[in-house]
Design a protein around this ligand. Structure first.
Ligand code: FAD
Ligand code: ZN
Length: 230
């Protein structure tokens, strides 16, 4: 929709990967709708995933004993976070929708994307207990996890060897996004793109483009334990 802002946080090393193609489809389709789209291409940016002392510019709140959470909270208040983190926070602040595009790594997101979560969603910016979940500071934003797997859809069922894919979504969707107040749209999952035909991969890309056409009409999921573990 005209004027809607989308941030795509993208984690794949190879532009010619299926993740790269899925990201391109989203940029194309959302731009066509009149949305303004920003991409954080984490590997291309060589995004720093480690939460360290370097994230604080200037003096520490307590130089005697380093506590990362306390230090970044205090640094955020005085505008003393490192510039790469501030950049990402600005992009998040402006966005109506965050799309996370990545290959599933160990039932989770790649380390570089987890590092983005760790470093960008700072206390005071994204949440501040008890301002979490429905009162998290990023309320009125939407998030969508779009990812690929190595395993097949049947492996990722309740009775399958890998368990319901929703179990993997609990930390990402509920533990991170919902915690920060973000409403979560249904995930978009491409199962086992490496084990299917070229034709089926083309269909996966078409299905994503198709979904994006009516994305703004979608209602968020009911992000409660029942959605994941019922
Ligand atoms: P790619 O191999 O890049 O793409 C698949 C194919 O699509 C390629 O042949 C590519 O050329 C083709 N393609 C690209 N663009 C197009 C296009 N426009 N049209 C048609 N074809 C196209 N999997 C799990 O299920 N669970 C795990 O816990 C898990 N942990 C992992 C941990 C690590 C460290 C690693 C490295 C992998 C893990 N995997 C796991 C597997 C991983 O999730 C898959 O390898 C990945 O999701 C595949 O996506 P891709 O984009 O990298 O595929
Ligand atoms: Zn939730």
């Amino acid at each position: 929709l005209l004027g809607r802002k989308v941030l795509i946080v993208y984690a794949h090393q190879e532009p010619k990967s299926l993740n790269g193609s899925l990201k391109n489809v989203a940029v194309e389709e959302l731009s066509k709708q009149g949305c303004s789209v920003t991409v954080s291409d984490l590997y291309a940016m060589q995004f720093e995933p480690r939460a360290t002392r370097n994230d604080i510019v200037g003096c520490l709140h307590n130089p005697e004993k380093f506590n990362y959470g306390v230090e970044v909270r205090e640094a955020y208040k005085r505008g003393g976070l490192s510039s790469d983190v501030i950049e990402e926070q600005k992009k998040v602040q402006e966005a109506d929708l965050l799309i996370f595009q990545f290959p599933l790594y160990w039932l989770s997101m790649p380390a570089i994307m987890k590092g983005w979560m760790d470093r960008v969603l700072v206390e005071g910016f994204a949440h501040q207990f008890p301002d979490c979940y429905s009162s998290g500071y990023l309320k009125n934003k939407l998030a969508l996890f779009s990812f690929t797997t190595g395993g097949s859809q049947e492996m990722y069922t309740k009775g399958g060897i890998s368990g319901d894919i929703r179990y993997a979504l609990w930390p990402m969707q509920h533990g991170i996004m919902h915690y920060c107040g973000v409403k979560v749209l249904a995930p978009h999952i491409c199962f086992g793109p490496e084990s299917v035909s070229e034709e089926e991969r083309k269909e996966m890309l078409l299905a994503w483009a198709q979904r994006l056409k009516t994305l703004w009409k979608e209602k968020p999921i009911d992000c409660s334990p029942e959605w994941y573990f019922k």
